[in-house]
Design a protein around this ligand. Sequence first.
Ligand code: MG
Length: 362
Amino acid sequence: MKIAKIETDYIQIPLARPFKTALRTVESVHDLVVRITADTGEVGYGEAPPTAVITGDTLGSIRCAIEEFIAPSLMGMDVEDLDGIMAKLHSCILKNTSAKAAVDMAVYDLYAKQLGRPLYKVLGGRRNSLETDLTISVNPVEEMVADSLDAVAQGYRILKVKVGKEGLADVGRLEAIRQAVGPDIALRVDANQGWTAKQAVRIIRAMEDKGLDIDLVEQPVPAHDFAGMQLVTGAVSTPILADESVFSLEDAIELIRGRAADLINIKLMKTGGIYNALKICAVAESYGVECMIGCMLESKLAVSAAAHLAAAKGVITRADLDGPGLCSIDPYIGGPDYCAGRIVMPEAPGIGITGVPAFGQG
Ligand code: MG
């Protein structure tokens, strides 16, 4: 089975409500989709969102990287030569991790289809379902409490609360949410680089003193501030999760060996796809560090590729795959089943998505 055609197109899906973090506000998912067609007629699909504030990638840069660099490099390669394809994909252009991720997942989709197996079983097959959190955007506290109660009513048992904009006032937000949802709902906190290291220590200790029972705090300080991550991780007992600080395997090794995070957040758009994410899984596993699988503002296609990876690997103990849950509609056919916090993997070959609303298909 050889790669015969690599095409790109766009999809746009409105969000159920605006998504707000310390870094940005977004109202719809507007992503690039990739379709790789093999000489047998079989197709593989991938997707990449333009998360310029995190990855530096835009819709235009993703499309250009694929059409002008990646597609010509991979054309004609045998899908069975997965290792060779990945070596080419990662050497034909530097950075551009979102473009690489979209192509990587389309290649893995085809690879698993060729084997006639669902992707999560090809990658390791650890379990066939996952539990994800749902993100609560940064808003006035009453709105965040209402959104949290609404999520719990929908069936979510884990909430990821976005903070990082108001220093110590963020503690009040968490306190109000904890009071409203009760002790049985897990609360994760994502500061999206919004604090200095000393601020972070003060805020997280205040949360600990109030007994808010926070599952983890994600990326308290700026991405490049590894020393700050180390300071915070060493100064509090709440687990610290590195997100924007870790793109590559080398980042993960530096953070883990420097004890600059307790947990690693793997996102395909940062690693450049599943192939490199598997390397981070291997290193984290060997050091006994658990991982979370996360996503950007992605629709069901890219999130499903991440779900297959998470279902495959035991070292991925937490899932933050709420992209489909934030979208107002599901325009795809097939794939994992997303029902409130529960993700159930499909048994169809590949990623399992058979209908993608692009490429003139509606
Ligand atoms: Mg994050």
